[in-house]
Design a protein around this ligand. Sequence first.
Ligand SMILES: Nc1ncnc2c1ncn2[C@@H]1O[C@H](COP(=O)(O)OP(=O)(O)OP(=O)(O)O)[C@@H](O)[C@H]1O
Length: 299
Amino acid sequence: MKVIEVSDLRKEYRGRNVVDGVSFTVEEGEIFGVLGPNGAGKTTTVECVAGLRVPDSGTVRVLGGLGPAEVRRNLGVQLQSSALPAKIKVWEALDLYASFYPAPADTGALLERVGLSARRDAYYGRLSGGQQQRLSIALALVGRPRVAILDELTTGLDPQARRDTWELIEQVRADGVTIVLVTHFMEEAERLCDRLALIDSGRVVALDSPEGLVSRIGSPQRVRFRPSHPFDDAILRALPEVTGVRHENGRVEVSGTGDLLPPVVSALTAAGVIPADLRIEQATLDDAFLALTGKKISA
Ligand SMILES: Nc1ncnc2c1ncn2[C@@H]1O[C@H](COP(=O)(O)OP(=O)(O)OP(=O)(O)O)[C@@H](O)[C@H]1O
């Protein structure tokens, strides 16, 4: 079942098309990513989906076309800008948000799940960045939504807190909540998303699974090494898997397709060249974005 259907969404600010004809659908139970550089129009898009901004044109259908009140009841939203007052306590914030819904989640169990039980009496302003993010996720889930929209939820977190948050998101999805995840971290998108829309300058430039996006670009693999001594590139260029060979500061980078490593290593070995510091790199979503738009996501 399609839980969100967005068609030709447009929003203009001061003569600029911030959202410029965006269309996508989100299936029930998936983690759908909206990935793109800062200022690409991601937040504006999801805020239109959540009914928090009015698009200039285009349509948004949530859960088969519910009205605004029903959408609010079924949609949990965690936004970048949803800062709480510093002097509100964790349990007070949760109780307050729970009071907006007819059948809210058990707030004690929710605090447990996001790892904040021990901080229930703490002031919001006293929480670490990771704890504040976890509370904002709890607030997005307290109405027991069928769909949760999470915007830049790991921005500013240290790597451990980020990984903990990813695990939490996977658990939430395992409970059957459909998740729309806005991010500009490709690692986050690669790890969590079933499908994603790459957004650039208000447009969807591609929509696919992370693997699908990466496999669209020509050179999904790179092998790098430091050769024991100079050699003739022709021995590598002759291999059908190899599409390019580059030399840089005494290192060699071979790009190509398929299973690149074995033929490269055997060709080098046959020529008596020992590859030191051998590394293999898969293409990433960043490479896919670069290939599609000419820009880096993480600018
Ligand atoms: N209310 C507004 N009035 C004027 N311009 C706005 C408004 N909201 C957003 N914009 C502009 O629209 C563009 C897209 O903003 P948006 O927040 O949707 O991008 P984003 O992809 O979510 O980026 P970020 O990750 O930085 O939030 C930006 O250039 C922003 O300055």
